[in-house]
Design a binder for this molecule. Structure first.
Ligand code: ATP
Ligand code: MG
Length: 437
């Protein structure tokens, strides 16, 4: 039987072993959720979730290696044949508080009940060991028609868990699907409940939109639905620049700064506000800071391009070179490198549109050469140390030393002086004498 065409065969045989072993012990077990949906859609399957009538304690007994991932939700991760499967006991969520996760989870012995509590028809399908599809809500038909439809009453489902509204838009964006009218209307009626949802959960869905194939679709649906305004971290007034946002899918999904920076710029978010906003969205410090640096780098460089536009060609190049070096020292070689790779993609995509006409491919090559030729980035890479400078001019230290070292760094980076002790000390003496006369 060949029911899985879009899953790694080692994963399939390991999963079959899980289903078989649970079955042999007298319980029911099925593949469920995203893996069944993706297989039906012909999309690659990356992980396979399993639902079973066996309780977690029983699952733990049946397999040698288990991790109690979420026992309170009835989930055990089974490790078998170098594969991992989340095995979750059939469940029926009984009570909900605050439109979030269920207050208590009552185990029920039926796959139908389990499927009923899932969010959308396409996600509410199961497959058994023989390859028989269990599709009580006609998910396969909705997939064929490209429709996102809540299981059961949409208003109720969104009240139970408001994140489902965001998920509806995420799936619409990633699959190019459309919510059916009843689901869309319920979403508009319930959007104010987004404020109950932890920002981390929203962010996880938001990132799938951002790194998916058509972020603009998701962003437009988010705008039309008003969902973002009702989340705990409202974006504030945004000025959507469709032309920029349309280019999001051209950029690689990693590192995240590439798309994130284009996103915040495409939403017209003020450069100064980016860091704070991303942190409130619970992006890691590294991601938030990396993105903020990249947007500032871009902004400041663009300002420079404008500033030099009236100069003669020769002046312009030298002025740009110095600005570039200063920016690269300020924001780091990595940021400058990311900016180049981002600009390559953006330039490659559009020779004609005005937004990037300030920069030509030739100029980008020059910038690239500057990027790789800067010999030093940190004061500690200089051939002279702070105390040697002090000795050289026999003076006590002070805050001036730090800025002097930075000046030396810049001079070496720009090729004005070479990075050897004598040349550096001469430069020190020269500037000190200059300051004293
Ligand atoms: P992806 O391919 O991005 O992982 P997915 O559909 O597998 O998408 P998950 O968040 O991994 O999404 O959830 C797995 C399954 O659990 C879903 O297919 C769905 O059946 C169910 N599910 C997940 N989140 C919810 C929710 N908030 N409400 C109801 N059912 C949910
Ligand atoms: Mg999944």
């Amino acid at each position: 039987m060949k029911q899985w065409n879009h899953v790694d065969s080692l994963m399939v045989s390991a999963g079959e072993e899980v289903l078989r072993r649970i079955g042999d012990a007298g319980y029911e077990a099925y593949w469920v959720g995203g893996c069944v949906r993706d297989e039906v859609m012909g999309r690659p399957v990356h992980d396979m979730d399993i639902a079973t009538s066996a309780r977690p304690e029983m699952v733990t007994q049946l397999f040698e290696r288990c991790i109690p991932t979420g026992l309170q939700h009835g989930t055990v991760t089974v490790l078998i044949q170098k594969q991992a499967f989340e095995v979750t006991t059939f469940r029926k969520e009984t009570e909900y508080e605050d439109h979030r996760r269920p207050a208590s989870v009552e185990f029920v012995d039926a796959v139908l009940e389990d499927l009923k509590r899932r969010d959308f028809t396409m996600n509410a399908m199961a497959m058994d060991l023989e390859g028989q599809l269990i599709d009580p809500f006609h998910g396969r038909e909705d997939i064929k028609a490209g429709l996102i439809r809540c299981v059961g009453e949409a208003d109720e489902r969104f009240e139970e868990d408001a994140l489902r509204m965001f998920r509806a838009i995420r799936f619409a964006s990633v699959f190019g699907f459309t919510p059916v009218l009843s689901t869309w209307r319920a979403l508009l009626r319930n959007r104010d409940k987004m404020g109950f949802i932890a920002i981390e959960r929203i962010r996880a869905e938001f990132e799938k939109i951002l790194y998916g194939p058509d972020p603009l679709r998701g962003l437009e649906l988010l705008r039309r639905s008003g969902l973002l305004e009702y989340s705990r971290v409202p974006l504030g007034p945004v000025q959507i620049q469709t032309e920029l946002l349309r280019k999001l899918p051209l950029l690689p999904a990693e590192p995240v700064q590439l798309r994130l920076s284009l996103l915040v710029q495409g939403l017209g978010i003020d450069t100064q506000a980016v860091l704070d906003l991303l942190k409130r969205w619970t992006f890691s410090n590294r991601e938030a800071e990396g993105t903020a640096s990249l947007t500032r780098f871009d902004q400041e460089l663009m300002d420079q391009f404008h500033a030099v536009s009236s100069m003669s060609a020769q002046e312009r190049e030298e002025s740009l070179r110095r600005s570039w070096i200063l920016l690269q020292l300020t924001y780091g070689k990595d940021t400058a490198g990311l900016w180049i790779s981002r600009m390559k993609v953006l330039l490659g995509s559009s020779k004609t549109d005005g937004s990037s006409s300030l920069i030509s491919l030739e100029l980008l090559e020059i910038l690239e050469a500057w990027h790789s030729s800067i010999p030093v980035h940190q004061v500690r890479e200089l051939a002279v140390k702070g105390n040697e400078v002090l000795e050289g001019i026999s003076r006590p230290g002070g805050p001036w030393l730090g800025s002097l070292m930075k000046k030396l760094l810049y001079a070496v980076a720009a090729g004005d002086i070479s990075n050897n002790k004598e040349a550096l000390l001469n430069e020190v003496k020269r500037t000190v004498n200059l300051n004293e006369t």
